[in-house]
Design a protein around this ligand. Structure first.
Ligand SMILES: Cc1ncc(CO)c(N)n1
Length: 206
């Protein structure tokens, strides 16, 4: 089993909660209010802007070989547009859970090694791809299909696979990691997953 498969197995309970969270089901089954979409798109526009800076920071920690295979970076505007937010979203400031998530990633990127940095970012990339795969084509005439299509597109899939490959290459023998390193990596990764769940839960509560 590769390192990313081991990690994903540890995240399975949180990922199942994400799949079952009412906002994610709302995307899958075409059932979201205007207020929920405005809130989510406002939060996520802020998040993805910051994420691209955090990604650039992480890239500087990788080898030149890893950097050279990096797929083109993604512009998630298409995904946001698919949720048809109203201009009211411009009045919604970034919420505390969002800032705390970004803070967590930044701290782990700055204070840890390249693997720790990649693991802070991985739940973001990976969970959206898995959500897309899970709910694509579950509902006929789904208004939000372009959102699901974006996160299952070949460009997004390439990006997810590149992340997995980098992590697996960095830690080919994860069973042999010193216990403390294994704990730190797992904690960095699962904390990001917990923030992903919380991001969806806050959006549903609107
Ligand atoms: C909160 C969050 N996590 C992950 C992604 C996927 O890029 C996103 N757009 N927003």
């Amino acid at each position: 089993m590769k390192f990313h498969n081991y990690l994903l197995k540890q995240a399975e309970p949180i990922l199942n909660d994400i799949y079952q969270s009412s906002f994610v089901k709302g995307i899958g089954f075409n059932n979201l209010s205007q207020q929920q979409r405005d809130y989510y798109v406002a939060q996520d526009s802020y998040y993805t802007d910051e994420f691209s800076h955090l990604f650039d920071l992480t890239i500087t920690k990788l080898t030149t070989e890893q950097q050279s295979t990096q797929p083109q970076t993604l512009d998630e505007t298409v995904a946001h547009d698919a949720l048809l937010a109203s201009p009211n979203m411009l009045n919604i400031p970034p919420d505390d859970h969002n800032l705390a998530y970004l803070d967590h990633m930044k701290t782990e990127i700055m204070s840890g090694d390249a693997t720790n940095a990649m693991l802070a970012l991985l739940p973001c990339t990976e969970s959206y791809h898995l959500i897309g795969k899970r709910y694509l084509n579950t509902t006929a005439h789904n208004t939000y299909s372009p959102w699901l299509e974006y996160y299952t597109s070949s460009a997004y899939q390439d990006f997810t696979q590149w992340s997995w490959q980098v992590i697996d290459a960095q830690i080919p023998d994860w069973q042999k990691l010193p216990v403390n390193d294994q704990k730190r990596y797992l904690n960095t990764y699962l904390t990001s997953y917990q923030f992903e769940l919380s991001f969806w839960e806050h959006a549903a509560q609107q």
